[in-house]
Design a protein around this ligand. Sequence first.
Ligand code: IMP
Length: 201
Amino acid sequence: MPVTKERKSRSPVIRAGLRSGESVRVLISHARVQQRLKELAKDIRRDFPKEALHLIGVLKGCVFFLADLARELGGEVSFDFMAVSSYGKGTNSTGEVKLIKDLDVSIEGKTNIVVEDILDTGLTLKYLLRLFEEKKPKHLRVVVLLDKIERRIADVRADYIGFTIPNEFVVGYGLDYDERYRNLGDVCVLQFDSRGKGKLE
Ligand code: IMP
């Protein structure tokens, strides 16, 4: 179907269910994300050219990132997921990390790549790495799509970073606010006006 002018200019925000008092601004377009994923996949494959890679996705924010990255990696790739909670309904980290879903298969002796959507305070990743290191992996590396370096509390860093971003709350491409906006194709900054129920601190 040909793309008409109107279809082209229609905001993805509306399709993602924008609520009154909330607005989003594109920070990183879907196309830029896809381009960067190709580079990240190359970097990872350069470090582990022939190894079978076991991706560990941290739910739920990682879903699109992991799915797209896995397809760029080539070679032998498997993946597993785990879920932790570090955020409630708001936009600020509580510092608490709770294990909600454990891995299904062992990571022992494997070349594991933890796939995280965003590195913020780093508390979640610190907790996960401590957990994984006890399980005797052959290699343990971390790839994050976004790094909000200004917010770091824990002494932790990713081996592969998609984009370093300013201290703003972002949604889209898997990232949520109160479970919404994950389905936006772009990574967007979420903003509230006086009518918005949420608040950014
Ligand atoms: P950390 O433990 O503070 O590094 O937070 C990690 C988790 O917090 C991420 O995996 C996200 O689920 C969530 N998070 C942190 N910053 C944002 C954001 O800007 N938007 C959406 N979720 C975020």
